[in-house]
Design a protein around this ligand. Sequence first.
Ligand code: PHE
Length: 344
Amino acid sequence: MGTGFLMKEQISSIQTEALELIANAGDVRALEDARVAVLGKKGSLTLAAAGIKDVPKEEKAEVGQLLNAARSAITTALEKKQLALQEVADRAALAGIDVTLPGRAVLTGALHPLTLIRDEAIGILRRMGFALADGPEIEDEFHCFDALNTPADHPARNEKDTFYFDSGKLLRTHTSSVQIRTMEGAKPPVRIIAPGSAYRRDEIDATHLSVFNQLEGLYVAEDVSLPDLKGTLEYFLQELFGPQTEVRFRPHFFPFTEPSFEIDVKLTVKGQAPRWIEVAGCGMVDPAVFESVSKTRKDDAFDPAAVTGFAFGMGLDRLAMIRWGIKDIRLLIENDVRFLKQFA
Ligand code: PHE
C-alpha cells in the first residue's frame, strides 16, 4: 500500500474523531480544547498534513483535496457548535429576567441655577479683563465697614441688621470688603471681581434672604470715569440678558462711593405686569476709601489725587430671578427637585 492510501485513511479517521469531539463538547472550553487538539500547531490534522511531502506526486492532488475538505468540514462544525453553545449560555444568562420590562431611568445631575448664572457672569466679566479675587466670609469690622468709609453709627453696622460673633467679627454684610483686601495687596491698575456669600438679618420674603450671593467688582486706574462704569455695567447686563434688556441707573447713597447709583433691570414674568427689579449698587470709589487704603499700605499707590475707580456689587440671586423669570427668591434655596429639574 502506498503512502497516499495510508494518508487518506488517516485523514478520514481524524475527521471522524474530530467531528465526534466537537459534537460531544459540553461548553466553550471543551470546544476550544477540541479545536486545539485537531487544528492547533500540534493538532492531529496539522501533523497529518505535514506528511503530504512524502506522498507520491501523482497522488498529491487527491490527498490535498481530502485534507482541505476535512479541514473545512471540521471548521464548519466548530463554528456551528460555537453558536449553539453561545445560544445555550445566553438563554441561561437571561433565565428569570423579563426583557420586556421598561428600563430604569438614569438620573443625571445638573448645576444649580445660581451656579449657572454666577459662572456666566464671571465668564462675561473675565472677557472684559476682570480677574477673580476672594476674601473671608467671617470678616472684621475694619474691612467690612471702617475702611469703606462707613462710620460706627451707620445703620448697616447695627446689631439688628448684622450677624456678629462674640469676638467682634461678623458675617460679612457685603462682598465690598474684598475691594479693601485687594487694594491692600496689589497696585493699580486693579480690575477684579469677587463672587461670594453675604449675610444680613433681613426679613425673608419673595425678594430677600438672610444669606444671599453677590458679585463685587472694582476697577481702579488713572482716569477711570463714570461713563466707564455705566458702559461696563450696561454691556454686562445686555450680554447676560440680551441686547433688548432695559437698564436704569437711579441715584443712591453708599458711604464708599460718590456718586452712587442703584441699577434696576426690567423683569418680565409671564402673567405679571413688568416691574423694575434692583440688581446692583455701584458708584465711583470715594476718595476717603483710597485714603484709608493708603494709610494701611503706608505708600501712595492709591493716592486719591492720582487714581480713580468704580465699584459695583450685584445680587446674583436677583440676576437668576430675572434670567429665568423666577417669582420668589426662596425657590433658590428650598432644593425642591421639581424646581431644580427645569435647569437640568
Ligand atoms: N456693597 C453694596 C451693597 O451690598 C453694593 C455696592 C458695591 C455699592 C460696590 C457700591 C459699590 O449694597
